[in-house]
Design a protein around this ligand. Structure first.
Ligand code: GLP
Length: 243
C-alpha cells in the first residue's frame, strides 16, 4: 500500500490526474473504473485539460462506473449518469459506447448486476479503479457489513450515507435509499486501485482503512490486501494516521 499525503484537495486532484494520465499513456486502451462524488471532480478537470491539450486521449479507453442510485430518473441531474456526463464524458473524446454505468432503473436489478459483472469480465477486467471513500469507510456503495466476496449487487444505503449525500438533494427524503454497486470482490479484482480522500470528515475512515484491522465494519480496510493500491490523501484526511 502506497500512501501519498498532499497539502490539500487541489494537490490531490493534480497528483491523481498525473497517475491516471501516465497509465493512459502506457496503455491507450486502458479499462478505467470510475467514481462519482465531490472527491474526483478536480481529477476529472485535470484529465479534461490534458485531453484538450492533446496529451491524452479517451478514444480507446473503456470505463465502468462503480455505482448508481436505484429508481432515480437517469435524467435527474443527481443521477450518477448525469454526473459523469457533466463532469467528464461530454468534455473528453470518449465514445459513448465505451462507458458503462449500472442501470438503477433496470426491471430486474439482479440480472443487471450479473450482466454488469460479465461486461467487466469481457472487457478484460479493470486496469485501474478510482475510488473515493464514504465517511463510514464505504467504497462504491459497499456499506459496512458488506461481504468481502460480493460482486455487483443492489443494496440498501445506511442512514449515515443518506445523510451524507443529502447535501446534493433538496432534502434528506429525496435521497434514494437503494443503489446498485460493484461489490468488494469486483473492486479487489482491479489490477490497480487509486483511492482519494480529502478533508477532516474522511480522517476516521482513512485511519481505519490504512491502519485499522481488516474488517467488513470498514469496507475500505480490505484494500490493505490489494497488491497494487495507492492512497492520495490530503493533510486533513491523513491527520489521524500514525506516521
Ligand atoms: C458516494 C459514492 C462513493 C463516494 C462517496 C464519497 O456514496 N457512492 O463512491 O466515494 O459518496 O463522496 P464524496 O466524494 O462526495 O465525499
Amino acid at each position: 500500500m502506497k500512501i501519498i499525503i498532499v497539502k490539500d484537495s487541489k494537490a490531490m486532484g493534480s497528483e491523481a490526474a498525473r497517475l491516471i494520465a501516465r497509465r493512459m499513456l502506457q496503455n491507450p486502451s486502458l479499462v478505467l473504473g470510475l467514481a462519482t462524488g465531490s472527491t474526483p471532480i478536480g481529477t476529472y478537470q485535470h484529465l479534461i485539460r490534458y485531453c484538450e491539450e492533446g496529451l491524452i486521449s479517451f478514444k480507446k479507453v473503456k470505463s465502468f462506473n462503480l455505482d448508481e442510485y436505484v429508481e432515480l430518473d437517469a435524467k435527474s441531474p443527481l443521477s450518477y449518469v448525469s454526473f459523469m456526463q457533466e463532469q467528464l464524458f461530454s468534455k473528453v473524446d470518449m465514445d459513448e459506447k465505451n462507458w458503462n454505468i449500472p442501470d438503477g432503473n433496470a426491471q430486474d436489478l439482479e440480472k443487471e448486476a450479473l450482466d454488469y459483472e460479465e461486461k467487466i469480465k469481457k472487457a478484460g477486467g479493470i486496469d485501474l479503479q478510482l475510488l473515493g471513500i464514504g465517511g463510514n469507510g464505504h467504497i462504491g456503495f459497499n456499506e459496512p457489513g458488506t461481504d468481502f466476496a460480493s460482486v455487483t449487487h443492489s443494496t440498501d444505503l445506511t442512514e449515515e450515507t443518506i445523510e451524507d449525500n443529502a447535501r446534493f438533494f433538496n432534502s434528506k427524503e429525496e435521497v434514494p435509499t437503494k443503489a446498485i454497486s460493484m461489490g468488494m470482490r469486483s473492486i479487489m479484482n482491479a489490477k490497480e486501485v487509486l483511492l482519494l480522500a480529502s478533508g477532516s470528515s474522511k480522517a476516521k475512515a482513512i485511519k481505519g482503512a490504512v491502519q485499522g484491522p481488516i474488517t467488513t465494519d470498514v469496507p475500505a480496510s480490505i484494500l490493505q490486501l490489494h497488491p497494487n493500491v495507492t492512497f492520495i490523501v490530503d493533510e486533513e484526511a491523513a491527520r489521524e494516521l500514525r506516521r
